[in-house]
Design a protein around this ligand. Structure first.
Ligand code: AMP
Length: 364
């Protein structure tokens, strides 16, 4: 079976590295001929809108998936009318627009931070008489890793924050004084079987994920699974998705979901019986799902903006390095490391030097 992937970056690469041993073949479409996944299959190089390349992808792939959620809707629909596409275009449409997404969550019984749609400075000023400060103004679309966002601390901030958005439709959300950020990665098969990974605790800085730690028997696991099930079933979803959550006073609020394999699930390559990448392949290829149970105690550290001495990294015990084949650039994820330890105490000891190495090369 041939899997087509929109995008050939690190996520596509880790999907292919997991799918090839299952007998899957890959074809990628990416604007860059040097994209990291290209050497793992056939490479189509060009624009995501290029009708010729899309036709080739649809023709040659038995199933198409994607490594990013901002796939233009006409592209996803064109592909879905010519071949199988997992997850279906509806999941993209919901994930691409924060207002549609939050409304969808609330409609299916998933709690979110209080929010309101905003289309002008006057509307923002009006809405902020009903939402408490601090709050966050976010563009509805095209936002990721904290891009297109401003914190509103008082009415004095409104005009400048609105200018940053340059008139694009937005939502404003109450700033949640969360105790922790966690995420759950879940997978659903064509026949509707669902599996969940143990939740991960995530540390962000500047809106970008830095460290994810897999948690055994977390008290929030059951609620996170309940939310993920509602979403997977409401979207008739096939493949892996990730739900990002805020824990506040023992309750969970959903921030957003990613209709794809997710950075907070990279630890599953070494730290789970079956990785998120393998389970995504299994799901979209209509194969049985693999077990998601923990193997050891794992955490993942992102390397952003630069790489340390990789020999020094690999010399550390229980350390697994994943390079993405990307030129270092400020704010760009270029590699991650997973540490898989024998105990939580050992993990706590091994992690700080690796985080220090990541901080040293990070200029964002
Ligand atoms: P996002 O782009 O929505 O995933 O936001 C990136 C990060 O900004 C999140 O992981 C949080 O750390 C922070 N953040 C976003 N929205 C909120 C919120 N409503 N309250 C508190 N922190 C937030």
């Amino acid at each position: 079976m041939k899997v087509g992937v929109l995008g050939a970056g690190q996520l596509a690469r880790m999907v292919a590295l997991a799918g090839i041993p299952l007998g899957l073949e890959f074809i990628f479409l990416d604007p860059s001929k040097d994209a990291g996944a290209n050497r793992l299959g056939e490479a189509l190089t060009g624009d995501y809108y290029d009708p010729e390349l899309l036709a080739q992808l649809a023709e040659r792939a038995d199933v198409v998936t994607y490594e990013f959620e901002n796939v233009p809707a006409p592209v996803a629909e064109f592909l879905a009318s010519h071949t199988q596409v997992h997850p279906a275009p509806k999941a993209l449409a919901v994930a691409q627009d924060r207002l549609v997404e939050k409304t969808f969550f609330n409609d299916i019984g998933i709690a979110t931070p209080q929010y309101a749609a905003v289309n002008s400075l006057a509307e923002l000023q009006q809405v902020m008489t009903t939402i408490a400060y601090p709050a966050i103004l976010k563009s509805r679309t095209q936002g990721y890793d904290g891009k297109g966002q401003s914190v509103l601390r008082s009415a004095d901030d409104l005009s400048a924050a609105w200018d940053v958005l340059q008139g694009v439709p937005a939502i404003v959300e109450v700033f949640v004084p969360f105790d922790r950020e966690i995420s759950i990665v879940a997978v659903r098969s064509v026949s509707g079987d669902i599996a969940f990974y143990p939740v991960a605790e995530n540390v962000h800085r500047g809106g970008i994920l830095r460290v994810s730690t897999a948690l055994d028997n977390d008290p929030m696991q059951a609620t996170a699974e309940n939310y993920a099930t509602r979403l997977l079933e409401a979207l008739d979803y096939v493949g892996v998705l990730a739900l990002e959550l805020f824990e506040v006073n023992g309750t969970l609020l959903v921030n957003e979901f990613a209709p794809r394999v997710h950075n907070s699930g990279h630890w599953t390559i070494e730290g789970a019986e079956t990785s998120q990448f393998e389970n995504h392949c299994r799901a979209i290829a209509n194969l049985p799902l693999g077990a998601t149970s923990l193997v050891g105690y794992s955490a993942m550290v992102n390397f952003i903006g630069g790489l340390p001495d990789t020999n020094a990294l690999l010399a550390l015990p229980h350390t697994h390095l994943h390079l993405y084949d990307k030129e270092p650039r400020t704010g760009r994820k270029v590699a991650h490391v997973t540490v898989r330890a024998d105990s939580a105490a050992q993990l706590a000891k091994l992690l700080p030097p690796i985080i220090a190495m990541a901080d040293q090369v990070d200029d964002s």
